[in-house]
Design a protein around this ligand. Structure first.
Ligand code: RTP
Ligand code: MG
Length: 141
């Protein structure tokens, strides 16, 4: 099994609910290490750049509005199969369709306010990590 890194964002709804610690516990219990972290308050331009792949989709404006509505907590997770493991912990994009026990099923309200982001592939993980963290600020242990 490959040790991977993935970018995770705790979105404004979950930060506002004061559940950063509960979400971190789920990462840790699944064997994912937090090897970089910082809080950020995204500008419109930063959110548009981060989600550029969705530009032109009908939900793009709502997504950018939401991601800039409050502070987010951004972290790099490292571990075996970190990318798919984090996606499993997150659950389906729409919390109504997410499996019980996943972060989105347990904490999210709607497809817009869905608590967390996670990279979906190795290539996007590398690009997304570089968006937020210079290499020297990532501390693999
Ligand atoms: P994320 O990128 O935030 O981890 O979420 P995801 O991979 O599960 O979903 P993705 O398809 O990448 O979509 C990014 C975010 O856009 C919003 N969305 N709304 N109304 C809609 O049909 C719709 N589809 C996507 C969600 O907030 C999703 O997290
Ligand atoms: Mg996505």
């Amino acid at each position: 099994m490959a040790v991977e890194r993935t970018l995770s964002i705790i979105k404004p709804d979950a930060v506002a609910k004061n559940i950063i610690g509960q979400i971190y516990s789920r990462f840790e219990q699944a064997g994912l290490k937090i090897i970089a972290a910082r809080m950020a308050y995204l500008s419109r331009r930063e959110a548009e750049t981060f989600y550029a792949v969705h530009r032109g989709r009908p939900f793009f404006n709502d997504l950018v509005e939401f991601m800039t509505s409050g502070p987010v907590m951004v972290q790099v997770l490292e571990g075996e199969n970190a990318i798919s493991k984090n996606r499993e912990l997150m659950g389906a994009t729409d919390p109504k369709k997410a499996e019980k026990g996943t972060i989105r099923a347990d904490f999210a309200e709607s497809i817009d306010a869905n608590a967390v982001h996670g990279s979906d592939a190795a290539e996007t993980a590398a690009v997304e990590i570089a968006c937020f963290f210079p290499a020297l600020d990532v501390y693999s242990r």
